[in-house]
Design a protein around this ligand. Structure first.
Ligand code: ATP
Ligand code: MG
Ligand code: MG
Length: 381
């Protein structure tokens, strides 16, 4: 009986546990919150990731450890890796959790990135805004997610406001200024690399964000095969350079037909949720297979899929459940503004069918604004 330990007990850990059940796997989740939603399906160790006795208990009860949460302190990951197998490795985690380190790595690998500069002081911010130009975005280097820890500067006059908002964090989590990319589309590569170096990608996904939070994903992204191949090639080089094991996502902006790397998420990713019903092997089961050294599974898609995120509170399930290709995921979380509480995946055999399904679901839920950009993209081909 193999027990997989997961650091972080959110919906990603929950979906990992659900996808691992048919493989006969057991799970142990560690989280700081006793009511973490993965705890509904797996036993838990509740404790701070920096607490050595909690980590030691976790380590003693699992065969291998992985992450649902990219911001586990790098030292805690290292401490565990000295005692049990940990995938992805702590160095990959450390690079992916620091926007400056990951953008530096992208650049070293020859992958285009938005302009960026590390910011340590107000004077540096002023100078960097002049150099990079506006609009631009000041972000915390570490600990940001769902667009949190970011300030958008429309003009140089916003330097004061940006520093007021985030300046105090320059000495704790660090800051980075990035040029604002007026992208045509946002794309992501969800990929998996095995312990033996075998590498596979799911079809490229197009994503729509609202207020910095993922709202919808469409797969396959309607783009040229050459652009998709370039995205896969970037992901392959990143995975190799990090000696990565498991699933990760590479978020990309496409501007004037050129791909710019935004960030890498060292874990299963929200833009890969559609793989549960839309592909031969889901990102969740593939991640477990990779971490355990098992055959990875086929990433081939079945038809086309659109995932819609439910933020804040769950809508009515019926309009989705009434669709033959409609799939419902309720994470069992308490509603809270801005919180990811569930998602739906709509699968169809062709574009016309997916457009029709999205129209019915958007109408049925009174959420046309969420499906309209996806329908427009599908119709533009
Ligand atoms: P995630 O939940 O994906 O981890 P995050 O908090 O790490 O989010 P980012 O991915 O950096 O944040 O930004 C969230 C979204 O904000 C992006 O997906 C994109 O829509 C927008 N954004 C971020 N940086 C830029 C940029 N430099 N230019 C244009 N848009 C950006
Ligand atoms: Mg992120
Ligand atoms: Mg992101």
């Amino acid at each position: 009986m193999t027990t997989v330990g997961i650091l972080g007990g959110g919906q990603l850990a929950r979906m990992l546990a659900l996808s691992g059940a048919p493989l006969g796997l057991r799970f142990l989740v560690m989280d700081t919150a006793a009511d973490a939603c993965a705890g509904q399906f797996a036993p838990m160790v509740v404790g701070d990731y920096r607490d050595e006795s909690a980590l030691a208990e976790f380590a003693s009860r699992v065969d291998v450890a992985t992450f649902d949460f990219e911001n586990v302190p790098a030292e805690s990951a290292q401490w565990l890796a000295e005692r049990i197998p940990v995938f992805p490795n702590p160095r990959a985690l450390a690079i992916a959790q620091d926007r400056l380190a990951e953008k530096t790595m992208f650049r070293e690998l020859g992958i285009p990135v938005p302009d960026f500069q590390a910011i340590d002081s107000r004077e540096q911010l002023q100078a960097a805004v002049e150099q990079i130009g506006t609009p631009c975005i000041l972000k915390t280097r570490r600990l940001g997610y769902d667009g949190k820890g970011q300030f958008r500067l429309r003009s140089p006059a916003d330097v004061e406001g940006a520093w007021q908002a985030l300046g105090a964090q320059a000495s704790t989590v660090g800051l980075i200024l990035e040029g604002f990319v007026a992208f045509e589309r946002e794309l992501s590569v969800v990929a998996v690399r095995g312990r033996n170096g075998e590498f596979r990608c799911w079809p490229l996904t197009e994503n729509w964000h609202v207020d910095g939070v993922l709202s919808a994903s469409l797969a396959p992204a309607p783009v040229d095969a050459a652009l998709a191949d370039q995205a896969f090639d970037h992901a392959r080089r990143i995975a190799k350079s990090l000696d990565y094991v498991g699933v990760f996502a590479l978020e990309l902006f496409c501007r004037d037909g050129v791909l710019l790397a935004n960030e890498v998420a060292p874990r299963v990713h929200n833009s890969g949720h559609w793989t549960i019903e839309g592909s031969e092997t889901s990102q969740f089961q593939s991640h477990l297979r990779a971490v355990l050294g098992l055959p990875l599974g086929d990433t081939r898609m079945v038809g086309q899929a659109c995932m819609l995120n439910w933020i804040g509170e769950m809508p009515a399930a019926e309009p989705v459940l009434a669709e033959p290709g409609g799939h419902w995921h309720d994470y069992g979380k308490q509603p809270r503004a801005g919180r990811k509480v569930g998602h739906a995946t709509l699968r169809a055999d062709n574009t016309a069918e997916l457009v029709a399904v999205l129209g019915r679901v958007g109408q049925g839920l009174g959420r046309m604004e969420q499906v309209t950009p996806v329908i427009a993209r599908l119709q533009e081909g």
